[in-house]
Design a protein around this ligand. Structure first.
Ligand code: UN1
Length: 494
């Protein structure tokens, strides 16, 4: 079979890189090579930035509702291709097919939602302290922005960033993760078909240390939106800060699910299985710590282990399968290393944790003590640590005692406790009686502490990272009026 050879997408054309070297994207379940892509260079990236900058004035001037129409067309094409795209997500990064389709649906939902923002992009109006003067704010695009995206949601997360950047009037250099360039290329084809102007969205594939670095360090790129690991995020933030760029970071989590003694246990267990092992635990929002009230600890454990035992691991395209492979050999290595770390620090491996074959790892559950590395560090794999808590206060203390703060969950039927937890859990997202995953796109997404640097993607906040606010004062008094300064005779009111 001839393997698809893709190019870079620059200025509305599939363009050869000046580097002949290529890399392959593979199906982690089978090892099959799906396509190859150029290892983009600094020069390729510079070219993409240059054309994005040239395209900016035209794109910026297009009325935002018109930009929205293009986005709606893209969403409609995605809807038509949902099955094909869902399969591609599953083939390229290994999540089970229903979740692959979910990834695409999340992208469609967001693009449709944010297209409507073209008819809002709201500013404020407010009275002036002076007569015959009008004050308002308007939103303007920033310019050329860099979108650097991860492999775990290879359609949805690029769409969060690209959709919000486009509707706001920015042009883009898009660098997808090296594991999922094919999803990225398909997405670009969809935006091309939807009628995006040349140069508005440019795709450069390759490594973070070359393509990513140029995006971060090139002064013509005015803002960066990045989802990925903490070390890369810190590196981007520190380099981009020297150029005073605006940087949005979404860097992961160590998300707790608390089960209280009054919880509906069956519901809570169903939730934790989905939260911990959905996408093979490779979500920033994955449940990686289960904190159980001591009175229901044994009951939860018995049922949870029972359910975990019956999970079917295998080809994620098969709808009977509960969990597919992890994304590649590096993921596999890292996850297996954490399973060893857990054993060595005295956590009890209650189930799973064995490598079945290349990239396939059994879901693992540890009985752990809070403070062990496996209870504190992000593993990004199907590894769950169970921790016993004496009461609500201790559960919250454990939940909060990590460096991350993305998602959190509590199962309880006590409405008062639920509301207390909403206040007490240190996280950008809290679920009551639902797992830590599954955020909806019309609500803000992001977190505290090392999860990011304060921004929120999606929802009403989505455009914030991609717009500048301009404050406008219009004086129609015909005289020089001075705010704050009192002059002889005072202000004349007409
Ligand atoms: C991520 O893992 O970075 O809430 C995003 C969820 C998904 C998005 C996760 N809607 O789990």
């Amino acid at each position: 079979m001839k393997i698809n050879e893709y190019q870079l997408y620059i200025n509305g054309k599939w363009t050869e890189s000046n580097n002949k070297e290529r890399f392959a994207t593979k199906n982690p379940a089978t090892g099959e090579i799906l396509a190859t892509f150029p290892k983009g260079t600094k020069e390729d990236t510079k070219k993409a930035i240059e054309v994005a900058e040239e395209a900016f004035p035209k794109w910026k001037r297009m009325p935002a509702p018109k930009r929205g129409e293009i986005l709606l067309r893209a969403a409609s094409i995605m809807r038509d291709k949902k099955d094909e795209l869902g399969q591609l997500v599953t083939k390229e990064m290994g999540k089970v097919i229903t979740e692959g389709e979910g990834d695409v649906q999340e992208a469609i939902d967001f693009i449709e939602y944010i297209a409507g923002e073209g008819r809002r992009l709201l500013g404020e109006t407010t009275p002036s302290e002076l007569p015959n003067k009008f004050c308002m704010t308007i939103r303007q695009p920033i310019g050329t922005v860099g979108c650097i995206t991860p492999w775990n949601f290879p359609i949805a997360i690029p769409c969060w960033k690209i959709g919000a950047a486009l509707i706001s009037g920015n042009t883009i250099v898009f660098k997808p993760a090296k594991l999922t360039p094919l999803c990225a290329a398909k997405l670009v084809e969809i935006f091309e078909e939807a009628g995006l102007l040349p140069g508005v969205l440019n795709l450069v594939t390759g490594s973070g240390s070359i393509v990513g670095q140029e995006i971060v360090e090139n002064p013509r790129v005015k803002a960066i939106s990045f989802t990925g690991g903490v070390p890369a995020g810190v590196d981007i933030y520190s380099k981009a800060s020297k150029l005073l760029k605006s940087v949005h970071l979404e860097l992961g989590g160590k998300n707790p699910q608390i089960i209280m003694n009054d919880a509906n246990l069956d519901l809570a267990i169903e939730g934790v299985l989905f939260g911990a092992f959905g996408s093979a635990g490779q979500r920033c929002t994955a449940t990686s710590r289960l904190i159980i009230h001591k009175e229901v600890y044994d009951a939860v454990l018995t049922k949870l282990l029972d359910k975990t035992k019956s999970m079917k691991i295998g080809n994620p395209l098969d709808r009977q399968i509960d969990m597919g492979p992890v994304a590649d050999e590096n993921q596999e290595k890292k996850i297996l290393k954490y399973i060893e770390i857990g054993k060595n620090e005295g956590a009890k491996l209650l189930i799973g944790g064995k490598k079945l074959r290349d990239n396939f790892i059994e879901p693992a559950i540890f009985a752990a003590k809070h403070g062990m590395r496996i209870t504190k560090e992000e593993i990004f794999g199907p590894v769950l640590s169970i921790i016993k808590a004496n009461d609500y206060e201790e559960a919250i203390k454990i939940a909060n005692d990590v460096e991350y703060g993305l998602s959190s969950s509590i199962y309880t039927q006590d409405i008062n406790l639920a509301f207390r937890a909403i206040e007490d859990l240190e996280a950008g997202i809290t679920y009551i009686n639902a797992p830590t995953i599954g955020a909806e796109i019309h609500l803000p997404f992001g977190g505290l502490k090392n999860t990011g640097n304060g921004g929120r993607e999606a929802g009403t906040t989505a455009i914030e990272e991609f717009t500048e606010i301009k404050t406008v004062f219009i004086d129609y008094s015909g005289v020089l009026q001075k705010a704050q300064i009192k002059e002889e005779g005072g202000v004349i009111i007409n």
